[in-house]
Unconditional design. Sequence first.
Length: 325
Amino acid sequence: MRVLVTGGAGYVGSVSVERLVAAGHEVTVLDTLITGHRWGVSDGATLVEGSVGDGDLVGRTVRERGIEAVLHCAARSLVGQSMTDPGLYYRENVVGGITLLDTLRASGIDRIVFSSTAAVYGGPERVPIRESDAMRPVNPYGASKLAFEGAMRWYGVYGLRSVALRYFNVAGASEQFGERHDPETHLIPNLLRAAASGAPVTLYGEDYPTPDGTPIRDYIHVQDLADAHILALDWTGTAAPGAHEACNLGSNSGFSVREVLVGAEAVVGRPIAHSFGPRRAGDPPSLVAATDRARDVLGWTPRRGSLEEMIGSAWRWMGNNAEIP
């Protein structure tokens, strides 16, 4: 299969590209390298530097590379930034996404998998969250992802076969690629940075109505996510024209912030300096996704769901790649 991976030089995209290449697929990466990294492109994949919003570039790339299917990982993805600059998120995640869909349609490509987010649900009415639950995103990031999901589903009128994969927190690393963000907003890499530097990390809220007072979040190993991407691409190859599916990905149970802290301390073998600050506005007590549909539709189940596996692989990758900027 000849696959175009947008955002394939980023954290999630790089590991998915790595696994696609290892499986024998011919992969082209389209990335602006604004938040992605040139070192994040697997040997064996071809990098095209540019944006999904550049219809001429995308059209030329898919024709020259003979692209058959698309894995769409490119997106602006910082919740806080989306609250202060919503226009950026609608321009790049929605307008750029529509340009991508129109270019694929004009090029005769009718298969796409969208690396979406469970932020489309907003504050959940129940936990675990199911795909049929109400979607009321509480920030422009989630709203922009939901808007593109809707467009992708309606492009089924033109015969597009599509899958949206919704997940909360990605963690871990492969042997080759891991997480390197600036700024870093995710709990596990911030805990590991604190462990490496000795500088304390602030954790937010210890008075939630949960067993240990800290919020519970769902996690997925980045390699499990890559597996889901490949299974979803395979699904688009056999689905009827116009078919669309949305599937949650996660652990079905989740881990509290305190459990993640304890897990990280076990991996690094020493206490991690930390303090607790007040709750952050809008943070719900628990966010966990039900994953039955991913199992039933795609045949996907997480295989690396323990904190030891997720945190341990990230810690090893950080130690082996400390020189990477």
